[in-house]
Design a protein around this ligand. Structure first.
Ligand code: E4P
Length: 215
């Protein structure tokens, strides 16, 4: 499973990119709004840091508006992927963009049927939201398992991005379920690194080292 970072914060992206573990970035309007900066400027900066797919989401709700925004956004950088909401108008836009060779990431997926429709309309990626399903007491990881199964049976090559990841167990479960990608918030990357036994181990090694007596 590949790892993307789910943020629009440049410092967070730089830090995790230095670890060498990410190969893409996803943003959404809420994440961009948090930064309080020009959308296109932020996306351009991100694309200059990470050499991989960078998802930038449209705001329009109608097909024509989505297409207009998408065609502008792809001018920013060749790695831009257009994030489109899972709606009827969204599917129409995905179809046209696929015909134009523009990559799309269909977002706000909450069922395997939605993922199937998005894939059939030509989506490059689908983003099922695990955490938001958990929030309403629906076991979010099951949707990843369902989509993986359906895509495998029918040889669908749209990639599955496990999104709305809230903690390290989501990441592990998504990997075991067969998601192609997990898009992970900055904080969760930190939680994945940390382990108390690692810290205790380092302390012990250093203490023993300090007590080294050459015989
Ligand atoms: C996906 O691409 C979205 O940006 C994101 O994962 C949403 O996560 P949230 O439910 O924590 O807002």
């Amino acid at each position: 499973m590949k790892l993307f970072i789910d943020t629009a914060n440049i410092e967070e992206i730089k830090e995790i990119n230095e670890w060498g573990v990410i190969c893409g970035v996803t943003t959404n309007p809420s994440l961009i709004a948090k930064e309080g900066r020009d959308f296109k400027e932020v996306v351009k900066e991100i694309a200059d840091i990470v050499d991989g797919p960078i998802s930038a989401e449209v705001i329009s709700l109608d097909k024509e508006g989505m297409l207009r925004e998408a065609r502008e956004l792809v001018k920013i950088h060749p790695n831009i992927v257009i994030k489109i909401p899972m709606t009827k108008e969204g599917l129409k836009a995905v179809k046209v963009l696929a015909e134009e060779g523009i990559k799309t990431n269909v977002t706000l997926i909450f069922s395997a049927n939605q993922a199937l429709l998005a894939a059939r309309s030509g989506a490059t990626y689908v983003s099922p939201f695990v955490g938001r399903l958990d929030d309403i007491s629906n076991e979010g990881i099951y949707i990843i398992e369902d989509i993986v199964q359906v895509f495998n049976i029918h040889n669908i090559n749209t990639e599955i991005i496990a999104a709305s990841i809230r903690h390290p167990i989501h990441v592990l479960d998504a990997a075991k379920a067969g998601a192609h990608i997990s898009t992970i918030p900055y904080k969760v990357f930190g939680q994945m690194v940390d382990h108390p036994l690692t810290d205790i181990g380092i302390d012990k090694f250093l203490k023993d080292w300090e007590g080294l007596q050459i015989k």
